[in-house]
Write a protein that binds this ligand. Structure first.
Ligand code: ADP
Ligand code: ASP
Ligand code: MG
Length: 422
């Protein structure tokens, strides 16, 4: 008997027929003798609908109330799934985040899980029930409801799997695994049988929304066996491993063999959720960057792709990206808090997107970055910023070229289905 956490995304519980189908899948797992804890997302489109209602009433709704609102989506789907399971003769019970509780910090709309109490889950499992836990939500030390950021159901599931020491965490979604890039954008993308935790972390953090980044972080930290599977099509899915998988595409450089040390490219990630802020003509002296980015960090706004370009006369320019939905707030904060900035010192560009080539040892194989630059240059796509890490190279481009860039790179790195090595 294994203990399995199964997470079902919004499309998987999108209507009553799908909820019945998910109930059958859970019952089939139970029939194999396993204990099952389920985390279901809100029904497809429901979180967007709820947040839209709040935004329709106010340009600046309270994050606390937006969380109280958004968390209801998961409450509905989990209760419906429990009703369906009970109706099919499988005893089930739904629990909300605050009922466990799932303790989080108090950063509304992107709260972090601190600790999960598991006594109730264990007791209900021991009583033979399927336990359904609302994903995406938790509770602050003072009892307020929080949510974990968009896509946070994945993180709830993996954190729960870690807390109850589950044998496997299965993320059921509307694709049958992790692909070399989003198969909805590139039909030639192919499914990976396995991917290392490190590469998955890079793909997710660069925008592949198949898993929320923090769910992968949790899996790595607590060594949770994690698998991405389809709700609608049986198959092995993609296993997230902690060792290098042998089956990855070998993207050997021209003139070099695809031997043991050949670089491995696992996929192309992209994000449309980017905006670029440019700050011009600020003092080029110690402390300027600390001030600018300190202000953003204190407001929990992440910045990325930072470049600094010195000008004459000990002045300098900075450019960096932030999440598009935080760009306006970031600009206002900087203007309010940094006295050395004047209104025309900050410009904001929202029509940008980020594309990343992800693979192990990207940095130690400079020919891969060159291949990326040459492929995009051949399509006349201009690069506005470049960053690299051990396992990725990212470029910022105009959003209108995003699809072309992703397809071009997928082909250039030999990832198209049917290509040699794919
Ligand atoms: P869920 O509602 O089940 O959480 P999501 O929409 O959050 O589902 O994530 C699944 C989607 O992720 C897929 O439908 C696909 O469009 C997208 N996606 C992006 N990158 C990838 C990738 N590399 N592999 C698979 N799916 C991807
Ligand atoms: N329902 C939430 C969202 O749409 C969480 C999730 O689905 O993972 O972002
Ligand atoms: Mg998701």
């Amino acid at each position: 008997m294994a203990l399995i956490v199964q997470k079902f995304g919004g499309t998987s519980v999108g209507d009553l027929d799908r909820i019945r189908h998910v109930a059958d899948k859970i019952i089939a797992t139970r029939a194999q003798g396993h204990q099952v804890v389920v985390v279901a997302s809100a029904m497809a489109g429901e979180t967007n609908r709820l947040l839209g209602l709040g935004q329709a009433l106010s340009d600046n709704p309270s994050p606390r109330e937006m969380d109280a609102l958004a968390a209801t989506g998961e409450q509905v789907s989990n209760a419906l799934l429990a009703i369906a399971l009970n109706d099919k003769g499988s005893p089930a019970l739904s629990l909300q985040g605050w009922q466990l509780p799932v303790h989080t910090d108090d950063v509304f709309m992107k709260a972090r899980i601190e600790h999960i109490e598991t006594d109730r889950i264990r007791a209900e499992l021991a009583a033979g029930k399927v336990v359904l836990v609302t994903g995406f939500q938790g509770v602050t030390p003072t009892g307020d409801i929080t949510t974990l950021g968009r896509g946070g159901g994945d993180t709830s599931a993996v954190a729960l799997a870690a807390a109850i020491n589950a044998d496997e965490c299965q993320i059921f979604t509307d694709v049958d695994g992790v692909y070399t890039t989003d198969p909805r954008m590139v039909p030639e993308a192919h499914r990976l049988d396995s991917i290392t935790f490190k590469e998955m972390l890079e793909l997710a953090s660069q925008g592949s929304k198949v898993l929320q980044t923090r769910s992968v972080e949790f899996a790595g930290k607590f060594r949770v066996p994690l698998r991405v599977l389809s709700t609608f099509k049986d198959g092995p899915g993609t296993l997230i491993t902690f060792e290098q998988a042998a089956e990855h595409t070998t993207a050997a450089a021209p003139g070099r063999s695809a031997g043991m040390e050949a670089p491995l490219v696992s996929g192309i990630a992209f994000s449309r959720q980017e905006a670029q802020l440019t700050i011009t003509n600020v003092p080029d002296e110690p402390g300027t960057a600390a001030r600018l980015f300190g202000v953003l960090a204190a407001a929990h706004i992440e910045s990325d792709m930072i470049t600094q370009t010195p000008r004459a006369d000990r002045r300098t320019d900075f450019s960096f990206t932030v999440a598009r939905n935080e760009a306006g707030a970031a600009r206002d904060l900087l203007l309010n808090r940094c006295s050395f900035l004047t209104g025309d010192a900050i410009t904001l560009s929202s029509h940008v997107a980020k594309v990343s080539v992800v693979g192990v040892a990207m940095r130690t194989h400079p020919e891969l970055a060159t291949r990326l630059f040459e492929a995009l240059a051949a399509e006349r796509i201009n690069l506005m910023a470049i960053t690299s890490s051990e396992s990725k190279v990212s470029v910022l481009i105009e959003e209108r070229y995003l699809e072309l860039a992703v397809r071009t790179l997928h082909t250039a790195f030999g990832l198209d289905q049917g290509a040699v090595g794919a």
